[in-house]
Design a protein. Structure first.
Lengths: 63, 407
């Protein structure tokens, strides 16, 4: 499982961080920061939520 | 003959409906999923309608929620351009306006909401609402050539349309019966603090006064206000709220009162029928009050929740989200979490109004009820987490902080 981020699309909504704070955070400028690029399988459901809950469609999940 | 597969029919193909359908497949559901959409367009995302679509910066293709290929890959049956028209719970069928009857085992009501329009106003050319993609494209055409635009209603839609129209060079007047735009949500005091944002962008505000009537010939020409004044306008945008689309449920036994009434698990009064998104009214256990939320984040979260309930049964705790909504106006990001009481004033705890970067807390009896963050997305995260604490509704603010696990 690999997370792809388009930081240019991020609009600082923070829904990804709410969905899974162990994997996502916002940096000082409010732009998404991935804490773990290849999270373990047990986080898949929450990571998928983060991807689908992003209004700006800045996140993708591969694998 | 093999037994027919379990079939989930989702009435409504916008965000809540699409998310329900996706989540059913994500959770391994291998029965049939039928998605019924009233519009001819493929499902699309609504927030860009008042911003980038209206500004002509993106096309409809770029805001699609689901392509034909994705629908095929997920084995979703798309029924676009047809409307749910009646429900027969005894026979477990959904009637469409095409005359067709769809059998269902589980039905999700996700028919959303429709823009309100006062009677008689739409008789004039030049009067617009903004709810659907077609509305947005029609308004976009109307804004070409920098017309004079009057926006009736200073809520989310009105303010965002004003922002986009102003950026397109239009002369814009917002008419809001309360003291300032956004006051219905944020309360007068905080809304007045924010009024400098549209004013600095060159938007005219007419607050504390309502629209009495429109005047014109075939086209609208002016907006007459209750104080006797007149706002000349080539285009009028009506942003006075939305009503849940529930008329088709009348006589079905599904209880409706300004939305489809649901329990804490998003189940309606009729077995096998659930609701999600703008149309659903339920008691949020986290806040201890009834809610009906017309915002993006709720549509996606509630859709996912309903899918899980259909497949796995009732979930501990029920549907208990922290409501969250954002609005982009004149380059300023507003984010609101929780439910502000408009009779309260937000207490600024960070930043300041003058720097257009602040956080205001709405508290009731020392309890945090809501947060407004202006250009402060990182701080908002902290408060969204705090609002999500199950004790948020009970303990005083200090006790709640102490009760949080230390980082």
């Amino acid at each position: 499982m690999q997370i792809l981020v388009d930081r240019g699309k991020c609009q600082s909504y923070g829904n990804c961080v709410v969905a899974e704070p162990r994997v996502f955070d916002l940096d000082e400028d409010g732009i998404v920061k991935v804490l773990v690029e290849a999270p373990s399988e047990e986080l898949r459901e929450q990571v998928k939520f983060a991807v689908l809950d992003c209004p700006a469609r800045a996140l993708q999940l591969e694998g | 003959m093999p037994a027919p597969k379990r079939r989930v029919v989702v009435a409504g193909a916008s965000l809540a409906g699409v998310r329900t359908a996706r989540a059913l497949r994500d959770r391994g559901f291998d029965g049939e999923v039928v998605l019924v959409g009233a519009e001819d367009h493929l499902p699309y995302d609504r927030p860009p309608l008042s911003k980038k679509i209206l500004a002509g910066q993106v096309s409809l293709d770029e805001i699609q929620l689901l392509s034909h290929d994705e629908a095929d890959a997920l084995d979703l049956e798309l029924r676009l351009g047809c409307r749910a028209s009646a429900l027969d719970p005894a026979r477990r069928t959904l009637a469409l306006d095409t005359g067709e009857q769809l059998r269902y085992d589980d039905l999700v009501v996700a028919t959303g909401s429709a823009a309100k329009m006062p009677p008689g106003w739409e008789a004039y050319a030049g009067v617009h609402v903004l709810r659907t993609a077609d509305d947005a494209l029609a308004l976009r055409s109307a804004l070409a050539g920098a017309p004079r635009v009057a926006v009736a209603g200073g809520g989310f839609i009105g303010c965002e349309v004003a922002s986009t129209a102003r950026a397109l060079g239009c002369d814009v007047t917002v008419i809001e019966p309360l003291a300032a735009p956004m006051a219905r949500v944020l309360g007068d005091a905080t809304a007045l603090d924010l009024a400098g944002i549209p004013l600095d962008a060159g938007v005219r505000l007419r607050c504390g006064v309502a629209v009495e009537r429109l005047e014109g010939g075939e086209r609208v020409e002016r907006v007459c206000l209750t104080d006797g004044s007149v706002v000349p306008a080539d285009v009028v945008v009506v942003g006075i709220g939305a009503r849940p689309v529930t008329d088709w449920l009348s006589g079905s036994g599904v209880a409706v009162a300004d939305g489809v009434l649901c329990d804490e698990h998003c189940a309606t009064s009729v077995p096998g029928v659930y609701a999600a998104g703008d149309v659903a009214r339920w008691r949020n256990p986290l806040f201890g009050r009834e809610m009906r939320i017309e915002h993006w984040t709720n549509a996606t979260e509630q859709g996912a929740f309903v899918a899980r309930t259909i497949l796995e049964g009732r979930q501990t705790g029920g549907y208990a989200p922290v409501p969250f909504v954002w609005s982009d106006q004149h380059g300023v990001k507003l984010q609101i979490a929780g439910v502000p009481d408009p009779s309260d004033r937000g207490r600024i705890v960070e930043g300041s109004v003058t720097e257009r970067r602040f956080v205001a807390l709405y508290e009731r009896e020392e309890r945090l009820a809501a947060v407004l963050a202006v250009n402060s997305p990182r701080s908002m995260l902290t408060y969204r987490r705090r609002l999500a604490q199950p004790t948020a509704g009970e303990a005083p603010a200090s006790g709640r902080l102490a009760a949080r696990p230390s980082a």
